[in-house]
Design a protein around this ligand. Structure first.
Ligand code: ATP
Ligand code: MN
Length: 483
């Protein structure tokens, strides 16, 4: 057996003084031919390894360089030095893998996030990304814990789909037909997909919702948590072409139940990280504070990262209707001074600048907006009763978060067969092909609702990272698919 090591996090937390242990990890720094800062990724804190004079020959000492991997056996002793309470007095050191110090891309200095994105295969070894991805892991774990405790069934919805009814965004095509122009054609010149792998045109999924609804109509409460794909050419700090989405779908829920669940869920995820990732959050909090100092006073955020998170767990989200939101925007000094790039009127699909004004300037907390115009939302959202003619609204809800904008999109679904079919016809959704979906409304339909939480946007919110490319291990964005 090779792996008999103790993780550094365990050593730093426990009572190991006087004990002999083996550790393994990568060298962060090596000072005075004597002190190694060793890191194994279990925590950002390094273990100081002390090499007594004469323990190693010169040749071995030269091979202890930044990035090299070591196996160290030694005794844990109380540290005399500043900055750590224990250290490891080495008995034997084995170099597992050398690292050419001159070629090693991570020098012991501050690198820009942009540079680190180019060497994303190495950036896990930095403090910032160590913290970000341990928190990402915790959030994923907390997602499953939350739903499991509530009795939801984790449903694996397909990645390859034939329906493009969702209309959530541009789709990536999936095909095994040749792409050199020799694909079989129909008489009218279009591609004959009956000869394709699935016998029809297929895509990567943009959302698991429609299949999720099928599950909810049997299990009552389900959730999906998987990758989704959008071929949208939006090069922003909050859009990826491949991102992970969590989509709960609940039978016997109306829009208010839906809002309550989404709010409780977000607060639960944040509380979980506050409790379980204290050191990593403190590191990111300090990092963000440093970054804020570089900004002019009037652009700085009022709250630090941890303060912001606690504020979100301790306060109710603001709930307003779309109509109220539009009125707030129209009444705002910002609008009157013509500071919005896009115009505001009832019926618009709010732009990110509008959403950010509402959460960051007006309410200064997460806001749930409901009752959107039917014309700008998906076909499956439930038509509200008693709408003014020409001002039809649906039971949709978006949750907007400070610094991020939309983090959740959801709705109560249209459970009335006739209303749904009429809507599908209006939206040019092929009713016949969607017969499987309509079956849920034919056989024991019930009021139901659900939402989608963009996992990376949630990780952004919790870690304070401003670019979504920095919260997913290997980002897929327009013109970029490295690693
Ligand atoms: P946006 O207006 O920000 O593009 P959307 O209206 O397209 O969002 P939905 O289709 O409602 O979003 O998707 C549900 C959730 O998935 C969003 O609230 C967001 O958190 C997340 N999301 C949507 N598109 C992306 C993307 N391209 N990259 C990362 N997350 C996304
Ligand atoms: Mn979008």
């Amino acid at each position: 057996m090779f792996n008999n090591r103790t993780k550094i996090k365990t050593l730093l937390q426990g009572n190991f003084v006087g004990k002999e242990v083996t550790v393994m990890g990568w060298v962060r720094t090596f000072r005075n031919n004597q002190f190694i800062a060793l890191n194994d990724g279990s925590t950002n804190n390094n273990l100081q390894v002390v090499i007594a004079l004469g323990l190693l020959n010169d040749e071995t000492l030269k091979r202890i360089t930044t990035g090299a991997s070591l196996k160290v056996k030694g005794e844990i002793v109380a540290s005399l030095g500043k900055g750590q309470s224990i250290e490891l007095k080495a008995i034997t050191i084995e170099i597992l893998g050398d690292s050419d110090a001159e070629k090693y891309p991570l020098q012991p200095k501050k690198h820009s996030l942009e540079f680190l994105r180019e060497i994303a295969h190495m950036r896990f070894r930095t403090n910032t990304f160590g913290a970000v991805f341990r928190i990402r892991h915790s959030l994923a774990f907390a997602v499953h814990k939350f739903f499991n405790e509530k009795g939801f069934v984790y449903l694996h919805t397909p990645i390859i789909t034939a329906s493009d009814a969702e209309g959530a965004g541009e789709m990536f095509k999936v095909t095994t037909l040749p792409i050199d122009g020799t694909a079989p054609k129909n008489e009218d010149g279009t591609i004959n997909f009956t000869e394709d792998f699935f016998g029809k045109a297929t895509n990567l999924t943009v959302s698991g919702q429609l299949e999720g609804e099928l599950g909810a109509m049997a299990f009552s409460d389900i959730y999906t948590f998987g990758p989704t794909f959008r071929a949208e050419n939006s090069n922003t700090t909050r859009h990826l072409a491949e991102f992970w989405m969590i989509e709960p779908e609940m039978a016997f829920y109306d829009i208010e139940d839906n809002m309550n669940l989404a709010e409780e869920f977000i607060q639960y995820l944040i509380s979980y990280v506050i409790e379980n990732n204290k050191e990593d959050l403190e590191f990111l909090d300090a990092r963000l504070a440093e970054e804020e100092k570089q900004k002019p006073q009037n652009e700085r955020q009022e709250l630090g990262l941890i303060e912001k998170l606690k504020f979100v767990t301790d306060n109710k989200f603001e709930r307003i209707t779309y109509t109220e939101a539009i009125q707030i925007l129209l009444d705002s000094p910002h609008y009157k001074k013509k500071k919005f790039k896009y115009d505001v009127s009832w019926g618009i699909d709010m732009q990110s600048e509008h959403e950010r004004y509402l959460v960051e300037k007006h309410f200064k907390k997460p806001v749930i907006v409901t009752g959107y115009p039917a014309a700008i939302k998906a076909f499956y959202m439930r038509l509200n009763n008693n709408c003014e003619a020409g001002k039809e609204t649906v039971a949709a809800m978006d949750i907007l978060a400070p610094g991020i904008g939309e983090i959740v999109g959801g709705s109560q679904r249209e459970e009335r067969y006739d209303v749904l079919v009429k809507k599908m016809e209006q939206f040019n959704i092929p009713v016949k092909e969607m017969s499987w979906y309509l079956d849920t409304r034919r056989f024991g339909t019930v009021p139901h609702a659900g939402f989608g939480l963009g996992f990376e946007r949630m990780v952004q919110f919790v870690t304070g990272m401003t670019n979504i490319r920095d919260v997913i291990p290997f980002a897929r964005t327009p013109k970029n698919c490295e690693f």
